[in-house]
Design a protein around this ligand. Structure first.
Ligand code: SF4
Length: 436
């Protein structure tokens, strides 16, 4: 008969927060993950040490769900069992880039209307010595490893660029991104690493529930302001050529968190790409987009774009519309854009905003397999959705019930078998690694 001690060794301990935000273990209680309505006891095998750079989050006003090892029961808890006067709250983990949530943290939000702030809330517990995340690694690249981005070096880079390009407004904007918002892509430009951001568009033709650059509903606030000007093609080309000239296998990307939809700025972007390609064949010119405007995608592909990453929460139209809330386009336009980019030989990724319980649901998985096969997608970039998981699952189930969760790890594994050439990761790869 497995003893409590043995079970305890296999099950990370539940972690909760006190009113003041102090996080502590709940001895005798196991950590629990949630995928839709399905609760899962976390184990040592399906968790990993909490990745460096991850952040623990207290979920305000909610009640944690834990596993009582002695009674073998899941329990919703409002007060600390060791101090019944003390209210306790759930704790989730915002895992660092490259780690996919297997489950979100388990909590009860009955009676609460307002959604949680725009973060992802992975399931977490405490192991022998460390916090343990219910997550799996899909991209090892240290592109956004904060340990490699010391502020003093960023500041040196900003000063060097300011001297060299005193009139470039886009570089001034990126200085704010790097120094004020702490944006890793902005920092990488000034550090001369990996991928540089090229924000260009003030507006967007979608209205995503979890948009991080513009929020007008609920109690939610955007993480950063949208760029309030359209950089000139010359300013865009200058940023790109500066980065490409300094960085081996450089990537420069349109479509950042501090802007709307880049396809709406095609008039500035297309000439910029031509200017870059007139000067060099080096570097990868990438477009992060909602792919809403097929004609504009064609123009950019003809101008010299190398790759396109399409953001979507679902490959089923009704679920896509429920989250993206397109203002002036339709999911079929997104599919048409992907077809055009593939016909023109571009490397196409989907920026898959994933939420356990929905993304690994039976219907979503079936649709995803059909989708990859039909459109011959090159890569899935797995992004933990930064939105209240319970509100999201409710919204998606209203759009179309996807059925039971099949497991995020099982999903990625089965895709690996079914599509051996399909790349799984987190970051936009340089064209040198785009398979022929
Ligand atoms: S497509 Fe991007 S910019 Fe537009 S609403 Fe969605 S998240 Fe915001």
């Amino acid at each position: 008969m497995k003893t409590i001690a043995y079970i305890n060794k296999q099950i990370p301990t539940a972690v909760v927060a006190a009113e003041n935000g102090e996080i502590f273990e709940l001895e005798g209680y196991g950590a629990v993950g949630m995928s839709g309505d399905k609760l899962t006891i976390l184990t040592k095998t399906d968790t990993c040490d909490m990745p460096h750079g991850s952040e623990l989050m207290m979920l305000p006003h909610r009640r944690p769900i834990v596993f009582n090892v002695s009674t073998d029961q899941f329990e919703v808890m409002e007060f600390n069992p060791y101090d019944p006067k003390e209210k306790i709250y759930p704790v989730g983990v915002f895992n660092s880039p490259g780690y996919v949530n297997r489950h979100v943290c388990a909590y009860d939000d009955a009676g609460i209307k307002n959604p949680l702030p725009l973060f992802s809330y992975g399931a977490v517990g405490f192991g022998k010595k460390n916090f343990r995340s219910a997550a799996l690694l899909v991209d090892k690249e240290p592109r956004q490893d904060l340990r490699q981005m010391p502020r003093e070096r960023v500041v040196l880079g900003v000063n060097r660029i300011k001297k060299k390009y005193p009139d470039n407004r886009l570089m001034r904007h990126l200085e704010r991104c790097a120094l004020e918002y702490g944006c890793p892509a902005g920092k990488n430009f000034f550090l001369g690493r990996y991928e540089a951001p090229l924000p260009t568009s003030k507006v967007c033709n979608a209205n995503c529930m979890g948009c991080i650059s513009l929020q007008t509903e609920n109690n939610l606030c955007a993480c950063q302001d949208r760029i309030n000007f359209t950089p000139s093609s010359r300013e865009i080309a200058q940023v790109s050529l500066e980065h490409i000239s300094r960085v081996k296998k450089a990537v420069v990307s349109f479509g950042q968190g501090c802007e709307g939809e880049p396809l709406t700025a095609v008039k500035a972007i297309a000439p910029a790409i031509e200017m870059i390609r007139k000067q060099t064949d080096c570097g990868t010119i990438n477009l992060n987009t909602n792919a809403s405007l097929p004609d504009h995608v064609k123009i950019l592909c003809n101008a010299g774009l190398d790759s396109m990453r399409v953001s979507m929460n679902s490959v089923r139209g009704n679920c896509y519309h429920a989250y993206f809330r397109p203002k002036s386009y339709d999911f079929s336009d997104v599919l048409a854009s992907i077809k055009i980019a593939k016909e023109k030989g571009k490397f196409v990724s989907i920026n898959y905003l994933n939420c356990p319980g929905f993304t690994d649901s039976v219907k979503e998985v079936d649709a995803l397999v059909r989708y990859i096969r039909t459109l011959d997608i090159n890569m899935i970039q797995w992004r933990n959705l930064n939105f209240d998981p319970k509100k999201y699952i409710h919204l998606m189930t209203e759009a179309e019930d996807g059925g039971s969760p099949t497991g995020m790890a099982a999903l990625i594994q089965s895709l690996g078998k079914e599509f051996p050439n399909l790349v799984h990761g987190y970051f936009n790869p340089p064209k040198e690694s785009h398979a022929g």
